[in-house]
Each structure stands twice: as structure tokens, then as C-alpha cells.
Design a protein around this ligand. Sequence first.
Ligand SMILES: C[S@@+](CC[C@H](N)C(=O)[O-])C[C@H]1O[C@@H](n2cnc3c(N)ncnc32)[C@H](O)[C@@H]1O
Ligand code: SF4
Length: 442
Amino acid sequence: MILISKLDQLLTASPYQTYVYSYPHKTAYRPLNPAVKLTDVWHQENREALFLYFHIPFCEMRCGFCNLFTMVQKDEDFVSSYLSTLKRQSTQVKQALGESKFARFALGGGTPTRLSLKGLETVLDIAENTIGAGLQAIPGSVEVSPETATEAKLSLLRDRGIDRISIGVQSFIDTEVLAIQRRQQANQVKETLTRIKEKGFPALNVDLIYGLPGQTIDTWLYSLRETLAFQPEEIYLYPLYVRPLTGMDCSDREWDDIRLSCYRSARSLLLAEGYQQISMRMFQKPSISDISAPVYCCQADGMVGLGCGARSYTSKLHYASEYAVGAKGIGSILQAYINSPTEAFDYIDYGFNLDLEDRQRRYILISLLSNEGIDLEKYQDRFNAGLFTDYPELKKLLELDLATKTDSTIKLTEFGIERSDTIGYWFFSDTVNRLMDGYELS
Ligand SMILES: C[S@@+](CC[C@H](N)C(=O)[O-])C[C@H]1O[C@@H](n2cnc3c(N)ncnc32)[C@H](O)[C@@H]1O
Ligand code: SF4
């Protein structure tokens, strides 16, 4: 990773430094010595509106670009053991949480619909009966892939109160998906999208990737138009990132320009079609806000992550199981999870303690990288200090036209939004940068 040391590099560095979907990144987590008791951590937290996340680390294929914590696992006994362990872990976590309420639910991975129908039902049962999340009453989202989103699984999800289906499509051109080692036919994708629409989920999200090998602006816009034919409430446009150990090597010098052109043309098309831009990657139909209640505030509220590879966020400690990308590393972390004695789930032994600076940086990054922007008064109320007093370097974003300021808010400009992945990375603390740089991937 190139370290950006000078502010001016905000303009000259590649716009594609790192995707900041959370701060700090998992590669900044380290073993906690001594391990911390779950009850001690959660009892200091507000547990009125938690986010419940379950991670299913299995897929029917390993796509060439993907560095998520997931593996191809054909042994159904292993998958069953994973689900029994998930239940054991959930029982312990619920006990540690004590009185708590959940405002949102998400089931991700990996590919949760890679589970059998019964397996999927088991996970929903754990969420409702073991954890106590009322899935019919709160917004719930599930990630699916085109091959695994069968009629029966979609019916189950709809019946159990899931509101949003998020599907990874990436491209409607068969040769483009083949180049990223993804078995998928455009016709099958369309059948799956039709099935999802017929089930009447309030929200459909489609993931697309630009900058794929062999992709042109024309083929990219073709995929986007094919997507629009299904009128999804939400579309995520991901620039392709190629990361270590993911099985792809793509180092074309013109790649940045191609990705930028793809982004700009897609953004124009989506805005013309009435979508709102929420962040560099996320576009939504305005009507979607109707289904988002009750409100979950991601800058403030806690996240309870269950399953191996899931992250949990409290106000001062972020934690997870250890991380890997290669099949061997993931396999052994999963095996260790399954072998864990039940009492081990009462403790947290891997994570990141956020000091005041990293809590402030997290708040600033999450706000700035979305269309919400940084509310100056809220920052002052929360941290008892002025934003520019704490971080005078943020003025540079205004000078470079990457952000604008009104009396109350700082927001990225159109130019700033397309450089989100550079601005985010530029604002990481020295501690986080050092830990990420020192991380050895397995
Ligand atoms: C958990 S996956 C989606 C669900 C499902 N497993 C699937 O692929 O169909 C989340 C999304 O992140 C995006 N993504 C993952 N790795 C990426 C990478 N290296 N570059 C760009 N986008 C990536 C893909 O669009 C993917 O659909
Ligand atoms: S992109 Fe989706 S299906 Fe492909 S390996 Fe990653 S999580 Fe699995």
C-alpha cells in the first residue's frame, strides 16, 4: 500500500487507495492480552438499538477478485458443525448482553443462501429465538448470489420478515464474469432477479463492478441498463480492487482512468434515472427511505456480529475472529471456531481498542464519506471540541475543492466523492496506518 504523506497527494495519488467501509480496517486488529470479558464490554454500552449481523463464510465458488472471509466448503457436516457453533456462540453472547433491543438485522458472507433451506431456517431461528431479534418488526437484509437464490429460499426469507435482498451480479456479460472466475450466466441472473421481484421484497440491491478485465464503457453501461430494467431500489457500484492472495493480477496503468470514466458515466445515468447518490458506491431510489425505520445511526450504535469472520463494534472496542484471505488460513480459523469450547465465547481475544482520536476519526470518516456530511454542532456536542480545532488538516479538503462547508455541515463535493477512497485513507490515524502496514496476510 502506498503511504500518502503529503496532503497534495490527495489530488495526485490514484483515486483507488482503499475502500473505507468501516474504520479501523480489520487488518489493524491484534490479539488482546489479556482477553476481555464480553459482559464487561457490553454492560457499559447503550443496548437499546443494536445491529445484529450473522456471518456465513461459505460460497459455491471463490471469485477471483474477492478477499472476503469466505471459502468453498462442500462438506455438509462441516457446515452443520458451523451452525451448531453459531448457536452455542449466540447463546453465550445473548447471556452476556442481558437486556438488549435490536433495530436492524443483516445476514451476510460469503453467501448465506449457499446454506440449505434448513440451514437458512436454523440461522433465522437463532436470530429470533436465541438472540431475541423480532425479524418481522425490524429491517432485515440478506446477501444472495444468482445461483443460490432459489424460489424456496426466497419464500422463506420473505415469510420470515426479510425486507431487503442484496445480490452480487457484477456484470451482465458472461465473458466478463468468467474472467473473474465466477460461474454465472446472464440469463440465469435475469431469472433470479425476476424471482426476487415477484416475491415483493420492499428493497432489492444489486452489486455491480467496474474496471473488470475486458470491460469497456459501453459494456459497463450495458450491464447498468440491464440492471435498471429490474428497477432495484438500491444499486452499489464497486470499482474493482485487486488484492493480495485473491488470484487476480491486473496492473494496467490506464486502469484508473477507465474506472473513473465508468464511475462518471454510471453516476450520470443513475442520477438521470432519479436515483440519489448516498456515497461513492451507493445509489438509492428516494422511496426506499420509507422502509428504513426504525432509525439506526451507524456512527453511534453498537453492532453485535455473530459467526466466524463477523465484526462487532462497541463504542470503544471493535472485535472479531482472526482474519485471513487464503483458503488455508480461512479453513484453519473456521476449524478453530468450531472446536472452541462454549466458555471461550464469553471472552474477546482479538480486536482494536479505539482511543479518543480514533473514535473521532471514525465519526468523521463515516459522516464525511456519505451524503450526510459532518454536522459541526453534533461533532461539538459529542466530543466537546471544534472539528477544525481537533483536525485543522480538514481545511485542506475545502481548499482543494474536495469538500464544501455551510454554516452547519461539511460535505464532499462531486469531485471529492469520486476520490472518497483516497480521502478516507489519507485521514487514517498514524496508529491505524502502522498496524495495517505491519499486518501479514495469510
Ligand atoms: C458479500 S459480496 C456479495 C454477495 C454474494 N456473495 C455474491 O457475490 O453474489 C459483496 C460485494 O462486494 C463487491 N466486491 C467484493 N470484492 C470486491 C473487489 N475486490 N473489488 C470490487 N468489488 C468487490 C462485489 O460486488 C460483491 O457483490
Ligand atoms: S464475491 Fe460473493 S460469491 Fe464470490 S467469493 Fe466473494 S462472497 Fe463468495
